[in-house]
Design a binder for this molecule. Structure first.
Ligand SMILES: Nc1ncnc2c1ncn2[C@@H]1O[C@H](COP(=O)(O)OP(=O)(O)OP(=O)(O)O)[C@@H](O)[C@H]1O
Ligand SMILES: [Mg+2]
Length: 287
């Protein structure tokens, strides 16, 4: 592979295993990479290890074996203080949004910037507004989290993760519990960040449609909206975890064309996928 981006993946897991004393092994021999500007969709049943994998990427957990690399740093060996600096470059949205309920939207987003103490009050305010504008919620700046709908909470949590202009985003189930339309607006934000800001990302989801949209849509700057692209042109790949092991790692076309029985069953849970656009060719599983 000659592509420099392929040689220097932004995220790299190298034979990572993790066990907890109480629950035993939760990840086993997990290896994968994410190239700069790509998004990897994490699929897998509840308890398969998606959240744990993201926490390892952020250095919130340390592997029992193996190495985790992020932006050229071996996260799995870094001290807490070095991690604090690196985390400026990583934004994470947690499952259930995890906003601070006693802080306003403005304070939630400004929190990390205030903690870092590098920007003036006006600069922080400007940054908060920019992040909220990005997710289309500037008008909610003075609201409290309890006054927001689920979809708005997810958008605020994305805005909060964007406060430090991260190069890497870790989205843990950003569409969980949302209606399909609201979920699509969240995915479109992820696409916008991927294609406009070249953010590298992991995105955990139970909704296959999220992955499908990511793989078949791209941000159109002229139109200021997403547009359909051939399957695979949306810079997205897929990783399916099964009981803490990588069961599948590949492109959307490979995922849809797979004849693996477990994978086929998984793909047919819930609503069926929409048909791929014609440019994508006939790559759906037969039968
Ligand atoms: N701090 C912890 N201590 C012990 N076991 C843990 C801890 N965190 C997670 N686990 C276990 O690790 C496994 C993977 O959990 P994880 O939260 O990563 O699943 P998930 O794929 O994110 O599930 P979901 O789709 O429900 O979010 C589970 O069996 C869980 O009980
Ligand atoms: Mg989870």
């Amino acid at each position: 592979m000659t592509d420099a981006a392929e040689d220097n993946p932004v995220i790299r897991f190298e034979r990572v295993s993790l066990s907890f004393p109480a629950s035993g092994s939760v990840l086993e021999d997990v290896s994968f990479t994410v190239a700069r500007g790509d998004t990897k969709v994490l699929l897998g049943e509840s308890g398969s290890g998606k959240t744990v994998l993201m926490k390892l990427a952020m250095g919130l957990l340390r592997p029992t074996r193996g190495q985790v690399w992020l932006l050229g740093h071996e996260v799995s060996r870094m001290r807490e203080r070095e991690l604090f600096d690196l985390r400026r470059s990583i934004g994470m949205t947690f499952q259930e949004s995890a906003l601070f309920d006693s802080l306003s939207v403005r304070e939630n987003i400004a929190f990390r910037l205030i903690e870092e103490g590098q920007l003036s009050e006006e600069q922080i305010d400007e940054r908060v507004r920019t992040c909220l504008r990005f997710v289309g919620l500037e008008s909610a700046i003075d609201k409290m989290p309890a006054e927001l709908s689920g979809g708005m909470r997810h958008r605020v949590s994305i805005a909060r993760a964007l406060a430090t202009s991260p190069e890497v985003m870790l989205y843990d189930s950003p569409t969980g519990g949302l209606d399909p339309e609201t979920a699509t607006t969240i995915v479109d934000l992820v696409i916008k960040l991927r294609d406009l800001n070249h953010v590298t990302a992991l995105l955990a989801t139970h909704r296959l449609q999220d992955g499908y949209l990511l793989a078949t849509r791209a941000w159109d700057d002229a139109q200021e909206s997403v547009r359909a692209v051939p399957l695979g042109a949306g810079r997205t790949s897929f990783l399916l975890l099964r009981d803490g092991r990588v069961w599948f790692d590949g492109s959307a076309a490979e995922l849809l064309a797979s004849h693996d029985e477990y994978l086929r069953n998984y793909l047919n849970w819930g609503p069926r996928l929409p048909p791929p656009p014609p440019e994508g060719g006939d790559v759906r599983p037969q039968g």
